[in-house]
Design a protein around this ligand. Structure first.
Ligand code: GLA
Length: 639
């Protein structure tokens, strides 16, 4: 039905003259037409996350066994080592702090672990701890669950560190208590950051053993982490939106961070950008190389879903443990380089009392921190993608480029880096400065680079831009919001590394693809990872989108926009037509004729001076059964 409405809306809009379309965007916007321009940026900007949050979290080092002295010890190292001055400011308590929920609904802190929370009149309070952290110059983070019960309660046997009491007293999650808990955490206790997990809405069906034995109340699961079509995406999203609203109410100054922890389930990789500040794209990281690759891959092809205010979160750093411990410095540096390039939150996960000077230097590497915190907020994009090696390129606010080359293999690799990877002219010199060694080098056209097993080489690169007076859309993912990405039925991304799960080994058939977000919008490739190709010609630069999508793009003062647009050769329907329209602040400024697969691309140009939001809308004339990718080739703003 929705599709039909879209199709009708599409045909109606084709009849609208540009003059009519220039009426105010709201007047022109049919109620149920998600493709109608809005003239607005709709990805989340509430909260305090213009750059990815940096700090420390207790989980990787201590799991449920966290206490005040452990937390403060790591905080003090962050302070004394200078990491605080470099931006590590959040000290986040993960699970393990709850004692129970009192009869009046107020949460009680475990004072055996957090003695400063003892309070008066039987009311515990984290205020003394957050006061102390604030006095030290830090911000403080707390942990909760969107359901009634927590991940630890469902999946851990660490009883001494879990809430105790009656069934009701052990219901410590936000479910049914959103406003009360958020007000307690933020207004009364003074927290600045909340991580909201989702186990309580995934693991308590009526037949769960812990429900049958009376440990917990049943809560019909909204999430099936393995099967997105069995997940009530709208209901999950609505619960997190309630938290976002409560946070805005409790923090009128906007000084808060909402971290959504749905481990890539619930199609969250597509919608978290509209609701929260950071959002987990995969299951938990473990200190193994293979698991790090899994988490990395879960963000690697999602640069368009991260912007100032809402970041992809491949989970906390595991530097200091396992495959990233003090005897694996190559892997530790790779992990840090990749998290920096991908605009991941930089949350240290180790017990810093045990950190070596070399490990502290990795966390504190100033140039990597600057990449991560670059104000343009462009998550690095893939310039080369294989199971063996990845090249990530990040365009900085200054227009300069950083490039990271990851050898995923346990064997050395000889690779070729080209000027084209960075969209530099290949007849002019390119200089590279290695951010770990400081070594300088230069080349023209291409250069050979050797990588050790698991090594990431990371460089600042300077060259002559192939587009001298502008920026390709491919270089500004932080300014592009796929407001409607055209995905009708969420599908799981098949390209994410699937290692042997440490806790299952090879029992069963292995880890299946299970993070929805396949399709949508991509940089320099089709939504399904193919080469951009129109009428038999291949292109290296452009955006791949789906038909029936709407992109919002922030203009930063450019005067004109141009793109060659066409239906990608991989489209599964040759009869349907797609029209591409460009709007400036809600006003139609350019529109293609209806185009079919196999037809050559059409040039669209538009004057956009003074316009703040450009929208690109692709509309199909009819519903089709298969995939309909559309290419915006060499799409760019020029000054
Ligand atoms: C989930 C989260 C982890 C951690 C634990 C706590 O597994 O993904 O990051 O918060 O819960 O139990």
């Amino acid at each position: 039905m929705k599709r039909l409405l879209h199709a009708i809306a599409a045909s109606v809009s084709l009849l609208v003259s540009p003059a009519l379309a220039q009426a105010s965007p709201s007047a022109a916007r049919p109620q149920d037409d998600a493709l109608a321009p809005t003239g607005r940026w709709s990805a989340n900007t509430a909260g305090r996350a213009l750059t990815p949050p940096m700090g420390w979290n207790s989980w990787n080092a201590f799991a449920l066994d966290i206490d005040e002295s452990k937390l403060l010890a790591s905080a003090m190292v962050i302070k004394s080592s200078g990491l605080a001055d470099k931006g590590y400011q959040y000290i986040n308590i993960d699970e393990g702090w709850w004692a129970r929920r009192a009869a009046d609904g107020r949460l009680v802190v475990r004072t055996d672990k957090f003695p400063s929370a003892k309070g008066r009149g039987g009311k515990t309070s984290f205020r003394p701890l957050t006061d102390r952290l604030h006095a030290l110059g830090f911000r403080a983070g707390i942990y909760s669950d969107i359901g009634r019960n927590s991940c630890g309660q469902l999946y851990s046997d660490d009883k001494p560190n879990l809430p105790s009491g009656t069934v009701a007293e052990r219901e410590v999650g936000l479910y049914g208590h959103v406003d009360q808990d958020v007000a307690l955490y933020f207004r009364e206790w003074g927290f600045d950051y909340i991580k909201v997990d989702g186990c309580g809405i995934r693991g308590l069906p009526a037949d769960a053993p812990k429900v049958l034995d009376g440990t917990f109340r049943a809560l019909t699961p909204l999430i099936d982490s393995d099967v997105v079509s069995r997940t009530n995406i709208a209901a999950v999203r609505d619960l997190y939106q309630q938290v976002a609203r409560a946070l805005a109410t409790s923090n009128p100054d906007g000084d808060y961070v909402l971290s959504i922890c749905l481990w890539g389930s619930s199609n969250v990789r597509a919608w978290a950008k509209d609701v929260g500040n950071v959002s987990r794209t995969s299951e938990d990281i473990f200190p193994t190389w293979s698991r790090m690759l899994h988490n990395l891959d879960s963000v690697a092809r999602r640069p368009l879903y991260a912007h100032p205010g809402s970041w992809n979160d491949p989970d906390m750093l595991y530097i200091g443990m396992g495959d990233f411990d003090a005897s694996h410095m190559v892997e530790a540096r790779s992990h840090m380089s990749l998290w920096a390039m991908l605009n991941a939150p930089l949350l240290i996960g180790m017990d810093l009392r045990k950190a070596t000077a070399e490990q502290l230097a990795i966390f504190g590497q100033p140039e990597l921190i600057a990449l991560n915190q670059d104000p343009a907020g462009n998550q690095a994009v893939l310039a080369h993608d294989s199971d063996d090696l990845m090249i990530f390129v990040k365009t900085l606010a200054t227009g300069r480029k950083a490039v990271a080359i990851l050898n995923r293999l346990g064997a050395p690799v000889d690779m070729t880096l080209t000027a084209e990877h960075m969209k530099f002219s290949d007849d002019r010199p390119v200089t590279l400065r290695d951010l770990w060694t400081g070594a300088q080098s230069s080349f023209a056209k291409e250069t050979g680079i050797k990588l050790a097993p698991h090594e990431t080489r990371i460089f600042m690169a300077d060259g002559t831009r192939r587009l001298p007076d502008g920026l390709y859309l491919s270089e500004m993912p932080g300014r592009i919001n796929p407001a409607v990405d055209g995905v009708v039925h969420p599908e799981d991304e098949p390209l994410i590394h699937r290692g042997i799960l440490p806790w299952r080994n090879t029992r069963g058939g292995g880890e299946r693809p299970r993070y929805a977000g396949w399709g949508g919008a991509q940089i320099d490739m089709t939504p399904f990872g193919g080469t951009l190709s129109v009428a038999g010609r291949r292109y290296v630069t452009g955006m791949g989108v789906l038909a029936n999508s709407r992109l919002e793009i922030r203009n930063d003062g450019s005067r004109s926009f141009a793109a060659m647009v066409g239906v990608d050769d991989s489209a599964e329907d040759s009869e349907a037509t797609v029209t591409v329209a460009i709007f400036a602040d809600g006003r139609l400024v350019s529109r293609s004729a209806p185009m079919r697969r196999g037809e050559p691309p059409a040039l669209l140009t538009a004057g956009v001076a003074d316009a703040r939001i450009i929208e690109i809308v692709t509309r199909m004339d009819r519903p089709v059964g298969g995939r309909m990718p559309v290419d915006l080739l060499d799409a760019a703003f020029t000054r």
